[in-house]
Design a protein around this ligand. Structure first.
Ligand code: UD1
Length: 307
């Protein structure tokens, strides 16, 4: 069996690649290294790697023909709400057009795939009051990022139903763990916090810290992705999360304890387009056999050990 992972040198992608290799799959990675790093992939010598942009349509089509993957995991993305507000056209071309083009090519050429998995985001739920978010909760995408993720989900599911393609979508909540790049102001907050604690840099807190997120350790995310693949599920959406709500203030406090050091915090106004509260109902995933193995404390301790 062969798997193609777009964004496979990125934070979540590289963990997935290592897992797929350990499960005995042949793995092909496409990554333009804009946020990713080949060193993130432990099993580099066992993987076929193409340093390319998923927006290069010709290249992607040739790759699909030559490699004929059974499983496609579309993780390549500009994974930032704030970045999508700064550069909506560019993020759209990655977060939606590249995925659409691949689907269209699979449809036109009847490429025989076993699963096409698209990675969407909890951002699609927006700020509606219903909590925890279930996969069939109402959505309210507030940013270009969230809109692209939701619209692309709909394409992926509709292509699945209309053209009988084995497609599935997942909505990542806030994923953290080793390999998350802290170098951009748009990086995930836990990678930035780790960098600040480690290097005694000031941390900029946007808003009052009461915003909540559902932080999930990357190993649990990989567990979930693999369960979905093994279940041969089609035309469904799954939340991937821990199922617990924590405010940014609680995160900071917990991480300071774990690290045994205190953080210098600079206050700044809240970011536009942001979600105020986020937490998932993970019942659907649990039905597939998912169990969260990493509490926030355990995940932060493990992350800090390796930092
Ligand atoms: C994150 C993911 C996004 C995913 C979504 C799912 C990243 C970069 N983004 O977006 O891909 O789809 O979760 O819910 O991982 N913050 C600060 N200071 C900082 C950085 C962030 O206060 O230096 C705050 C933000 O304003 C926000 C919270 O921390 O309120 C989390 O921010 P971030 O890690 O960027 O994640 P989301 O915007 O939730």
């Amino acid at each position: 069996m062969k798997a193609l992972v777009t964004g496979g040198a990125g934070f979540i992608g590289s963990h997935l690649v290592d897992h797929l290799v350990s499960e005995g799959l042949d793995v092909v990675v496409v990554d333009n290294l804009s946020m990713g790093d080949l060193h993130n992939i432990k099993h580099q010598d066992e993987v076929t790697i193409y340093v390319e942009d998923v927006r290069n349509e010709k290249f992607m089509q040739q790759l699909l023909q030559e490699e004929q993957p059974d499983y496609i995991y579309f993780l390549a993305a500009v994974a930032s709400v704030a970045d999508s507000i700064e550069r909506p056209a560019e993020t759209h071309s990655v977060n939606q057009t590249a995925v659409f083009n691949m689907l269209e090519y699979i449809r036109k050429t009847n490429l025989p795939i076993k699963q096409f998995l698209f990675t969407s985001s909890a951002a699609v739920y927006g700020n509606l009051p219903e909590l925890p978010k279930k996969e069939d909760s109402r959505v309210d995408p507030l940013s270009p990022y969230a809109i692209d993720k939701y619209a692309t989900e709909r394409f992926v599911l509709a292509y699945g139903e209309l053209y009988d393609l084995p497609t599935v979508c997942v909505r990542f909540f806030n994923v953290y763990g080793p390999g998350q790049n802290p170098s951009s102001p748009y990086s995930g907050v836990l990678s930035i916090l780790t960098d600040c604690l480690n290097n005694k840099k000031p941390f900029t807190l946007y808003g009052d810290g009461s915003q909540t997120r559902d932080f999930v350790y990357v190993e649990d995310v990989i567990q979930a992705l693999w369960l979905i693949t093994k279940s041969d599920t089609e035309h469904e959406v799954f939340n991937i999360a821990n199922g617990n709500e924590a405010s940014l203030n609680t995160i900071i406090e917990t991480y300071e304890k774990v690290a045994g050091t205190s953080l210098q915090v600079k206050m700044a106004p809240g970011r536009k387009g942001e979600v105020k509260r986020s937490v998932a109902n993970i019942g659907k995933l649990i039905k597939l056999g998912y169990t969260t193995k990493w509490s926030l404390e355990a995940g932060l301790s493990k992350y800090w050990e390796g930092a």
